[in-house]
Design a protein around this ligand. Structure first.
Ligand code: NAD
Length: 352
């Protein structure tokens, strides 16, 4: 099985190498037959090839069985005309990876608030407040005059319905509770449409309780009572922001796995950014990308009815948890002494 590996910027190469250490061991032990195809993207590709996303990478992604994408220093990219293409946004729209699935689970005991968290966010990934993916042609941000800027938000029936359906399917096999996050008190038309579609999908899942919460209250309630939430469904930007909050609640930004999934493609991607402040120093926590890769294996297991892939995903997650259980086997962001490489070797050594 061919997996395209795109290390990206900042800590991307560090955490990608760590992830492959774990996956290589899993592939050998469980006979998964994983093969890597590495391609350069990001600032290094810009320097050498004039673009952060060389066109051949799109073809390679199309031909691969799955993609592992490191974080990107998008804030440092030049404009698109000067070669700065956000590969993350590009893959999400081109391959219609409409579901960004982001679990947050306490892995170090109760986190910031002293309360455990165990939830999963289903974030719509292809429209919403992200103006860069809203238009058929051209960008969704405009400079009307020198001192007036406008950004468009798109919300459609199709995208709202499908993310709601994936979220309800997940809720049906978890604690049967779903929370739809919105701001329909202000965005009566656009968030109103999103909520209308969620309610329609809810009719097909009578066993799942639907709760609707306004996004600003949601930010507070997540801190106050995290276990009240099981599956959360939200438009793009609300989901992006709340998932960082949930990740931090679970113990830290470096802990949350994430996949971007469509009907026929899946891309594993850490929840956090490229952390340029600690890049290349063997200080990054690779858990987020390792767990993302495990989620990719699980996604492939379901699509291919391949139980070995599913079992490998479970064992990787268990090995991460067992490693993190020992405070002396944690990386610096979690107050531990381990470097990125050493942590990955510790996780790999626990696979049996
Ligand atoms: P960030 O997530 O990169 O970092 C925030 C803080 O968390 C920093 O102190 C960083 O050191 C720490 N951190 C993040 N991941 C960590 C890890 N795995 N281990 C240890 N510490 C970790 O957010 P930022 O600083 O706001 O953004 C940096 C760059 O990343 C920007 O260019 C931004 O555009 C980009 N970004 C990319 C993605 C992506 O590629 N998916 C997502 C968010 C931000």
């Amino acid at each position: 099985m061919k997996i395209l590996v795109l290390p990206g910027d900042g800590i991307g190469p560090d955490i990608t190498a760590a992830t492959l250490t774990v996956l290589d061991r899993a592939s050998t032990l469980y006979g998964l037959g994983l093969q890597w195809q590495r391609e350069e993207i990001g600032l290094e590709a810009l320097r050498r090839q004039g673009t952060t996303l060389p066109p051949r990478v799109i073809g390679a992604a199309r031909a691969a069985d799955g993609v592992i994408l490191g974080p990107l220093s998008t804030n440092e990219y030049p404009t698109r005309e000067r070669g700065g293409i956000n590969a993350s946004a590009e893959f999400r729209t081109r391959f219609d990876l409409y579901a960004n699935i982001r679990p947050a689970k306490s892995r170090l005991g109760p986190g910031l608030t002293g309360k455990p968290v165990d939830l999963v966010i289903y974030r719509e990934n292809t429209e919403g407040f992200y103006a860069d993916r809203n238009m058929h042609s051209g960008g969704g941000e405009f400079m009307v005059t020198e001192d007036t800027a406008i950004a468009l938000r798109r919300v459609t029936v199709k995208c709202s319905e499908r993310i709601a359906r994936r979220a309800f399917e997940a809720a049906a096999s978890r604690r049967r509770k779903i929370t739809a996050v919105h701001k329909a008190n202000v965005f009566r038309i656009s968030d109103g449409l999103f909520l209308r579609e969620v309610r329609k999908v809810a009719l097909d899942f009578p066993e799942v309780e639907l709760e609707e919460v306004i996004v600003d209250a949601m930010a507070a309630l997540l801190l106050r009572d995290p276990m009240r939430f099981d599956v959360i469904v939200a438009e793009n930007m609300y989901g992006d922001i709340l998932s960082d909050e949930a990740s931090e609640l679970s113990g830290g930004l470096g802990l949350g796995g994430s996949i971007n999934a469509g009907e026929s493609s899946c891309l594993a991607q850490a929840q956090h950014g490229s952390a340029p402040d600690i890049a290349g120093r063997d200080r990054a926590n690779p858990v987020s990308l390792i767990l993302s890769a495990a989620m990719l294996l699980d996604w492939l297991a379901i699509r291919r009815a391949d139980s070995a892939l599913g079992a490998a995903a479970q064992r990787i997650e268990a090995a991460v948890d067992r490693t993190l259980a020992d405070p002396m086997k944690r990386t610096a962001d979690l107050g531990g002494p381990m470097g990125t490489r050493e942590f990955a070797l510790a996780v790999a050594s626990l696979l049996r």
